[in-house]
Design a protein around this ligand. Structure first.
Ligand code: NAG
Ligand code: NAG
Ligand code: NAG
Ligand code: ZN
Length: 431
């Protein structure tokens, strides 16, 4: 009875929260040529729409359109002869459904501060307490580090996981992070699952014996808290801009020093605003410092995003790293490992260069990682569940554990390839 009351109150609270999205519709847009795709892309940007995936010939795109802009958007599509359909009439209903499902799952959850289950999406505070608790519980393998503080002053904590306290130069280092785009909630179980399998429930000891790991589960704490409290679709950090405009936030995944500012937005109101300079944001500076501190042993860098079922690599301007053939091969092997265990209703992963698969993008984290690590990828976890009633960034609690489990299958393959690669390079250097 008490639980029922709590659930009902949570749901009521959530109802008010999503007013922001009342009447927002999700459109599926189909283009028949690259030029038409570009036309739609440019128009969507002009209207400051929230583009979830860009349309390319053969693969429809998805875009969220506020009620007051729907007519203008539809008129444009009709005039240009672009095919579209309305996938969701009112996204607010789905936001409420997600809240309801997650609240029900939370009541059943048996998570505690020393064990985070895969039955719900944990908050920043829960994850933060868990990292500290793990370091206390496993002092010989786990260290928790405060890499810095977010714009709003929250600790940005990550784990260093090593059986030799990062002292063995013969081991490669792997860096992994999630939630740099804070609305991509389904990415959190991927890093938490990796922590679980490296520390708590170790079934493949080679991965922890031979490799040093750095795992940053909440790369954008302020944004993540904001997605829980105010705006479920917030993507950027919470940088306030006091010089004459009202739009807060920098897209952290356009703020890294790799081709910074060449394929991103100069407008603070855009979802891809790149900030005032490369590494202007404390959240990206933390990641830069981690990467640089381990550059001599860094073998694999993974930035986990959603959605789209993709494994992408650099560079965002379409040029390729010199070892692109190997990067692509390992990418395909990771994707195949995931595809073998994925839910049959989800599509197979796509692997490729980010520019060629998606769009031009500059200042990305995995592009920067590629400057230091031979293997660097952006994962885009799946959106689609068994049912199509939860769209895009929203999480069906049924899928949380599966998301962690299947992504780990890919990460394991990447880790072992990175290890082999690292050993081979070292032996060549010694010759
Ligand atoms: C917690 O719940 C999960 C799924 O319901 C179950 O598999 C697991 O054994 C439970 N753990 C504990 C400690 O009760
Ligand atoms: C604030 O906005 C202006 C443009 O309106 C932009 O040039 C500047 O970089 C922004 N400042 C920060 C700190 O993001
Ligand atoms: C989704 O499909 C998988 C495998 O087909 C199944 O194990 C799982 O229970 C299904 N989940 C739901 C919510 O139907
Ligand atoms: Zn993302």
């Amino acid at each position: 009875m008490k639980y029922l009351l709590i659930v009902s109150l949570c749901i009521l609270g959530a109802l008010a929260k999503h007013e922001l999205y009342d009447g927002h519709a999700v459109y599926e847009v189909e283009v028949n040529s690259i030029d038409q795709g570009k036309l739609v892309h440019d128009f969507e940007n002009e209207m400051f729409l929230d583009v979830w995936s860009d349309a390319i010939p053969g693969r429809p795109g998805q875009v969220l359109v506020p009620k007051v802009q729907r007519e203008e958007f539809e008129n444009f599509l009709s005039k240009e002869g672009v095919q579209y359909k309305v996938q969701v009439e009112n996204i607010k209903e789905q936001l409420e459904l997600e809240d309801k499902l997650l609240a029900e799952a939370a009541v059943k959850s048996n998570s505690s501060s020393s064990r985070l289950g895969f039955d719900k999406i944990h908050t920043y505070a829960e994850v933060d307490a868990y990292l500290t608790q793990l370091a206390r519980q496993y002092p010989n393998v786990v260290t928790v580090v405060e890499g810095g503080r977010s714009i709003e002053g929250r600790p940005i904590r990550y784990l260093r996981i090593s059986t030799t306290n990062f002292q063995d130069a013969r081991k490669p280092v792997i860096i992994m992070q999630s939630l740099i785009h804070c609305r991509e909630w389904v990415t959190l179980p991927a890093t938490l699952y990796a922590i679980q399998k490296l520390v708590v429930d170790v079934t493949e000891s080679d991965l922890i014996q031979n490799i040093d790991w750095i795992i940053l589960p909440v790369a954008n704490p302020d944004g993540y808290v904001f997605t829980h409290s105010n705006d479920r679709y917030w993507r950027k950090n919470r940088r306030q801009n006091f010089s004459g405009n009202i739009c807060p936030g920098v897209d952290l995944n356009r703020n890294f020093a790799m081709n910074w500012g060449t394929a991103s937005s100069t407008n603070p109101c855009s979802d891809t605003f790149h900030g005032s300079a490369a590494f202007s944001e404390p959240e990206t500076a933390v990641i830069r410092d981690i990467i640089q501190a381990h550059s001599n042993r860094l073998a694999l860098y993974l930035d986990i995003h959603s959605f789209g079922s993709m494994i992408l690599y650099g560079f965002g301007d379409g040029t390729l790293p010199s070892n692109a053939l190997q990067i692509n091969l390992v990418g395909v092997q990771m994707a195949q490992a995931i595809d073998r265990v994925k839910w049959p209703t989800n599509r197979n992963y796509i692997v490729g260069n980010i520019f060629h698969v998606l769009y031009a993008a500059s200042g990305g984290a995995s592009d920067y990682g590629q400057l230091f690590a031979p293997l660097s990828y952006t994962y885009e976890l799946p959106a689609w569940r068994n049912n199509s009633w939860l769209q895009g960034f929203l999480v069906d609690p049924e899928f949380i554990e599966q998301a962690g489990f299947e992504t780990w299958e890919g990460i394991k393959v990447g880790a072992r390839a990175a290890l082999a690669n690292f050993r081979q390079r070292n032996s060549v250097e010694r010759k």
